[in-house]
Each structure stands twice: as structure tokens, then as C-alpha cells.
Design a binder for this molecule. Structure first.
Ligand code: ADP
Ligand code: NI
Length: 225
């Protein structure tokens, strides 16, 4: 199968599988990561077929939705690509991207080892921050029945993946446990530049959120404004 057809067939498969998903991991997340990855790859010596297949398949069977099974994504991607008679070399490249993309906790280093994995990881992380990142975090929190915020529960910097996976804290904590850490962990120059603006937007959101939270006298607030 030629590369264009392989990408098109994979996109169609993922679109059908993910449309309507309600946790912020729907088809449009995958689509944005795909497009972000193509954008980032313009300035990197990355293989465009691996980047696109990696982006399209990066969440195909995420641990978050498969009882914590870290290998589920690789297995599902391999099955799909084998069904299209893809070469072993391409399958290995895509599986390596999928394995390296996931965030595993504040205290866990997740360095991508190939330029393709760096591009897909940055593309995925860009979609976790900024306005879209905020929307996705609360969508995910609601999907998991989490509280939006609980000032009595401070954030935790998880030292290993198991502790991060077990965490069931409120969504505001997720900003300190992951989202605000991503800017400094971007791995491509273009990714870093784009992350800067999105990071600032999240900080403004949090400032405003705390300001509103602390208003004790609502009557006074509404008559003043
Ligand atoms: P990763 O592969 O790094 O886990 P994903 O693209 O699968 O990234 O999606 C992770 C996104 O899911 C986060 O950026 C966030 O929007 C959401 N998410 C994951 N865990 C939580 C959480 N505990 N609270 C809120 N949102 C979360
Ligand atoms: Ni993702």
C-alpha cells in the first residue's frame, strides 16, 4: 500500500473508532495532534509517514482506558498495521512512537529517542495545554467523576508512573501535576515556541479561577459590576 493510502485508511479507521468519545480523547483530539505534528515536522528532519501514523495511532488503546495496560496501544497499532500488510520496519517505528509519547508523572523523565517521537509527543502535549488543554482537562475530569476543584487537596508531584496512574484528584491539581510542566519539557524548537503562549493562557485562567473562587460576598460582586 502506498504511504498516502496507508495514512488515509488509518485516519478513516481512527475517525470511526473515536468519533463521539467523551473524555477529550475524541477524533478531533487525534486530528489536532495529527495536524500539529505535520506543522512541527516542517522544521524537523522527520519521516512524515511515521509521524502521521504515530500521531493517528498514539491513543488507539491508551492505558487510561485499558486498566492501566501500558502495552495495549502498541498491540492495537500493530494489529491494525499488520492487517494492512505494513512492513515490519514501519510497524516498529510507529510502536516506538506510541510507547514514548505518554506522560508518566511529574518526577518521571519521558525523553523521546527519535525525532518522529519528539514531534508526536510535542504535538500531543500542545493539545494538552492552552484553551484546548483547559477544556480537555475538565472534560476528562467530568468523564471520571472528579471534582473540579477542592482547595483542601493539594497537588502531588508523582515520582513514578504507577502513582500517577492511581491518582484520582480534582482537575485543578492536574494543572500542577502535568499541564504547567509541559512547556519546559517540549522537545522541538517550534513546539517550545507554541507552548509559551498556551502556558501563559493557562496561568491567566488559574489566576482568574482563584479570584472568582475567593469572592465571599456575591451580592456585593454583582451590584458592583
Ligand atoms: P498522554 O499520552 O500524555 O496521557 P493524552 O493525549 O492521552 O496524553 O491525554 C491526556 C489528557 O487527558 C490530558 O492532557 C488531560 O487533558 C486529560 N487528563 C489526563 N489525566 C487527567 C486528570 N487526572 N485530570 C484531568 N485531565 C486529565
Ligand atoms: Ni493524545
Amino acid at each position: 500500500m502506498n504511504p498516502e493510502e496507508l495514512v488515509a485508511r488509518t485516519a478513516a479507521y481512527i475517525k470511526e473508532k473515536f468519533t463521539g468519545e467523551g473524555s477529550g480523547h475524541d477524533w478531533w483530539h487525534i486530528y489536532r495532534v495529527w495536524q500539529n505534528a505535520l506543522y512541527l515536522a516542517r522544521h524537523e528532519p522527520a519521516d512524515l509517514l511515521l509521524v502521521q501514523l504515530g500521531a493517528l495511532l498514539h491513543d488507539v488503546a491508551d492505558w487510561k482506558f485499558h486498566d492501566g495496560d501500558e502495552k495495549a496501544g502498541e498491540v492495537a497499532a500493530r494489529n491494525w498495521l499488520e492487517s494492512l500488510h505494513t512492513s515490519d520496519e514501519i510497524i516498529a517505528g510507529v510502536c516506538q512512537i506510541i510507547n514514548e509519547v505518554t506522560f508518566k508523572g511529574a518526577g518521571v523523565a519521558t525523553h523521546a529517542t527519535s525525532i518522529e517521537a519528539k514531534v508526536v509527543q510535542d504535538a500531543d502535549r500542545l493539545d494538552a495545554i492552552g484553551a484546548i488543554g483547559i477544556a480537555r482537562a475538565f472534560a476528562y475530569g467530568g468523564f471520571k467523576n472528579r471534582e473540579m476543584y477542592n482547595p483542601e487537596e493539594p497537588p502531588v508531584q508523582h515520582e513514578n508512573f504507577a502513582a500517577y496512574q492511581k491518582n484520582t484528584s480534582h482537575t485543578i491539581n492536574h494543572f500542577y501535576e502535568k499541564l504547567l510542566l509541559l512547556r519546559d519539557r517540549m522537545q522541538t524548537p517550534t513546539g517550545r515556541k507554541l507552548a509559551e503562549e498556551r502556558h501563559g493562557y493557562m496561568q491567566n485562567f488559574l489566576d482568574q479561577f482563584y479570584r472568582e473562587w475567593q469572592i465571599a460576598d456575591y451580592d456585593g460582586y454583582f451590584t458592583k459590576n
